[in-house]
Design a protein around this ligand. Structure first.
Ligand SMILES: [Fe+2]
Ligand SMILES: [Fe+2]
Ligand SMILES: [Fe+2]
Ligand SMILES: [Fe+2]
Length: 419
């Protein structure tokens, strides 16, 4: 079922604009929505936000008014797509419920990408980020148990993703300079590596924007603090993922790859989506993206005198799938939870010299209380036990088991910070 968007005919751009009632779509029912349908919508919203913002940034670096007009035309269609997708979220789904959806995306999207990444270093980049978002899911689920106890995190994730500690958020705060990775080169990279990076970067960027905006909506100081703390990690994650992309790729190369990526994702999600109405929306958007891609390719031929087909794959073979990754996550947890980074390299935290800037940064931000720890302490004291969803048995890391099952085991992180 290979698919080549360059050989398909899309919807002409002048026929892509929709009226307000078409954009104001009927939201899904939060009681019956499939958890991975929620996840796919969150991803596509992030992808469309990136399409809009990338186009704005490109326009700001473009002098030719004709090119600006062409960008503006396609961008208006992207902006409409963003509304149609994001307006699927119903008003009775609370901000915290949506947040649990965002972190489930970060876990199962990144897990698929890491397992389908041909480059060993980039795979490590994804696995490193994966364990951090996995921990966020656990912290927010505990916040939900405390402040929205009528709701259940296990219902939102549908039991498809486990909820337990990852790399503890308190230890994720690193000096900003240690978040910059080695870039791939677009010429040498497998096209899948570019699609993977664009997708995860857009998802993390949307998560950052979302927490930046809605993190001040709760009244509880603990909740506001937790959003502020995790929003800062999402900022870190955007720095981490954007730095793997080739910084020498031209604006038009980037534009073509963005449109190609949108084709890949709508094609992938259209195939899996069980909700017929949403599936039809994805199919419609795919047919729009085929035209966006054709236009971007034409611009590249005219302006750069280059054939975009030389850098694109012959066809899309593999759809991105939302599926369970429990066994894989447990393996990555057992092997990598103690990793940290210095410059662009990853190493166990025990390998850092005592005067490393990591400890300075930790000392600054974690001074005077850490919300991601307080939320667990408060859950233990108010609910008797912290919230976890371990469907596959005990935690694979002895030092991260429930306190009563821990037998005094610790993590390298805890040992190192105590030293
Ligand atoms: Fe789009
Ligand atoms: Fe996260
Ligand atoms: Fe993240
Ligand atoms: Fe597009």
């Amino acid at each position: 079922m290979a698919f080549n968007p360059l050989r398909e005919r899309g919807i002409p751009l002048e026929k892509q604009f929709r009226n307000w009632s078409e954009l104001n779509v009927k939201p899904y029912d939060k009681e019956t929505v499939h958890p991975y349908s929620r996840c796919r919508g969150i991803v596509m919203n992030g992808i469309e936000v990136e399409a809009v913002m990338f186009s704005h940034t490109m326009a700001r670096h473009t002098a030719d008014p004709k090119i600006k007009q062409q960008l503006a035309l396609v961008r208006r269609a992207e902006a409409q797509q963003q509304k149609a997708i994001n307006w699927l979220i119903p008003g009775d789904e609370s901000t915290l419920e949506v947040t649990i959806g965002y972190e489930q995306v970060a876990v199962d999207l990144t897990a698929w990408v890491a397992q389908h990444e041909p480059d060993a270093y980039l795979k490590q980049v994804y696995e490193f980020g994966l364990l951090e978002d996995f921990d966020h899911l656990y912290r927010y689920a505990n916040l939900m148990a405390l402040i929205e106890s009528d709701k259940k995190a296990e219902k939102i994730v549908g039991g498809l993703t486990e909820i337990m500690p990852g790399r503890p958020t308190i230890f994720e705060h690193r000096d900003p300079r240690d978040e910059i990775r080695r870039p791939m080169t677009a010429l040498a990279a497998d096209p899948q590596s570019i699609l993977n990076a664009l997708t995860v970067m857009a998802a993390e960027q949307q998560t950052m924007n979302f927490y930046m905006t809605i993190g001040n909506r709760p009244q509880e100081m603990l909740a506001r603090g937790l959003y502020a703390e995790i929003a800062e990690i999402e900022e870190q994650h955007v720095s981490h993922y954007e730095s793997i992309l080739d910084p020498t790729a031209s604006w038009l190369t980037n534009l073509v790859m963005h449109e190609y990526n949108e084709c890949w994702l709508y094609w992938s999600f259209m195939e899996q989506e069980p909700d017929k109405r949403v599936k039809a929306l994805y199919e419609l958007h795919l047919n729009m993206e085929i035209e966006h891609l054709r236009i971007a390719c034409e611009m590249m031929r005219q302006i750069e005198n280059r054939d975009p087909e030389e850098m694109l794959p012959k066809a899309l073979e593999e759809p991105l799938l939302f599926q369970e990754n429990k066994a894989y996550l447990r393996k990555v947890l057992a092997e990598q939870v103690d990793l940290t980074s210095s410059e662009s390299e990853f190493m166990p935290v025990s390998d850092l010299p005592a005067d490393h800037r990591y400890f300075d940064y930790q000392g600054v931000v974690n001074k005077g209380g850490v919300p991601s720890e307080q939320v667990i302490e408060q859950a233990r004291s108010e609910l008797g036990e912290e919230y976890r969803l371990q469907t596959e048995g005990g935690h694979p890391v002895p030092g991260l088991k429930r306190e009563k099952n821990r037998d005094g085991a610790s993590t390298e992180y805890a040992n190192r910070m105590a030293a």
